[in-house]
Design a protein around this ligand. Structure first.
Ligand code: IMP
Ligand code: MG
Length: 187
């Protein structure tokens, strides 16, 4: 069987809807972002801060596309539980190991929906006195943000459907899909 984006990776599941970004488009854009970040951060290698769990696939690919002596760290925040609509409540579930003082910090986010998670994270990390703080978000949902995002780097702008794959889940499933698809509720 051939999957919707033409790869031979198949999870037979009718909840997986149409392809939003194919595996090859993801890889191409991540490589581009890596080249841009390599140029922008020459001489001041960043600490990549991945937001678990969704961003870990993106971070793993992005880190290998950056030709600088970077470091990585992770934090986990909870904003959704297993529901598909935002609760507006952000809570740190796992904090960073690294001290951010005088570090060039680059937050690596999977997807920006309302922007609430990101604006919380930005305020929280800025209070730790980094030398600089920027954000790279792989995906931004069109037209849903109530806050000013100020993203230094953005992968794709996508329609405001709920999406799965490449790290994004519904109740912890579908993260290992190599492409991004819509989620068909009750499909
Ligand atoms: P925000 O606070 O509304 O911007 O939501 C951001 C977080 O919600 C992301 O880091 C994701 O973990 C999750 N999220 C938002 N939209 C989606 C989606 O379409 N699929 C899976 N997770 C999502
Ligand atoms: Mg999530």
């Amino acid at each position: 069987m051939i999957s919707a984006d033409g790869s031979d990776f198949v999870i037979a599941d009718s909840c997986i809807g149409r392809v939003v970004v194919s595996e090859s488009d993801l890889q191409r854009r991540v490589a581009e972002l890596g080249r841009t970040i390599t140029a922008d951060y020459a001489g001041r290698p960043p600490l990549l801060v991945g937001v678990l769990k969704g961003a870990c696939f993106f971070l793993a690919d992005l880190a290998r596309a950056i030709d600088l002596p970077i470091e990585i760290d992770f934090m986990a925040v909870s904003s959704y539980g297993s529901a598909t609509t935002t609760s507006g409540v952000v809570r740190i579930v796992k904090d960073l190991d690294a001290d951010l003082t005088e570090r060039h910090v680059l937050i690596v986010e999977d997807i920006v929906d309302s922007g609430l998670t990101l604006s919380y994270l930005r305020r929280n990390l800025l209070a730790r006195n980094p030398a600089s703080l920027e954000v790279v978000a792989l995906l931004v949902k069109e037209g849903l943000q109530s806050v000013d995002l100020d993203l230094a780097y953005q992968g794709f702008s996508i329609p405001p459907d709920f999406v799965i794959g490449y790290g994004l889940d519904v109740a912890e499933r579908y993260r290992n899909l190599p492409y991004l698809a819509t989620y068909v509720e009750g499909g």
